[in-house]
Structure formats: structure tokens, C-alpha cells
Design a protein. Sequence first.
Length: 171
Amino acid sequence: MGWLSSIFWAFWYILPAYVANASPVLVGGGRPIDGGRTWRDGRRILGDGKTWRGFIGGVAIGTLVGAVQYFITPCFYGSFSTAVKLAFLLSFGALFGDLVGSFFKRRANLPRGAPAIGLDQLGFLISALAFAYPVKTLSSGQIIFLLVVSPFVHWGANYFAYRMGWKNVPW
């Protein structure tokens, strides 16, 4: 596989995670996952920005992306069930990683929406890759590529959402 092809397949593989991570901005709102509860330190566990609707909606949209991907490139997945399972795990993993990041941001006393360089851009990616590993993984070169490029994709997507009026801050 040439390097250009390898880059394409790395993006194709991670697309459900990228979409799932971005979707709560559009479908979120409603009841916070932490139910308004606080941790031992008196700070919120996750905060109002992490909602059940955003989490479930993000996982559903990311999984749907994977199902559509199968019909475009069935050879990449082998079977429809593998494609859906992989997309679900990537999507769930991405949003789980985002929740973990939010937990640590609350412990660091960062307000909702405050940037945390590295944690915001890579936590979701690392978690998505870990959750999806049992089903299908990438080469180490593809993973390194995603670790390098994902912060820029994340910043670009956030800036776009800000310009569209979907987010209050551009990060």
C-alpha cells in the first residue's frame, strides 16, 4: 500500500469517531450525564455540556456513518456486521474519551468550553482507537499519522462550528 493510500484508509477508518465527536454540538442538550452531581472535590463530575442526548446521538450518527461507509467500500470491512461493530466502537470510544477528558478538566477547575491542549484533540482519538482495536486496527504508521493530524482536524472542525454559530467558542 502506498503512503497516499495508507493516509486515505486511516481517515476512512477514523471517520466515524471524528463525526461522533463533532455531532453532540448539533444533537446535544438536555439532561447532563452526571445529573448535576459533584465529585468529592465539590466540582461537577462532567458538567452541563455532556448530555445523554449528545452522547447517544453522537454514537448513533457515528455508527450510521460506518454503515454508509460499508456500502461505499465493502472490501475495507469484509462484512456489514464488522463495519457496524467497528463504527459503534470507534464512536462510543471517541465520546467516552471526551467524557474522560471532561472529568479531568473539571478536576483542573477549567470552566465548560475552556481549551485543554492535547486532551481535547487526542483523548477522543486514543480512546476510539483503543475501543476499536479488537475488531480492526491500523498500522503503527497510520496511527502516528492520525495522532499528528487529528489536532488540526479538531481545531478546524471547531472553528467551522464556531463560524456556523453552533459553538460559542472557536476551540
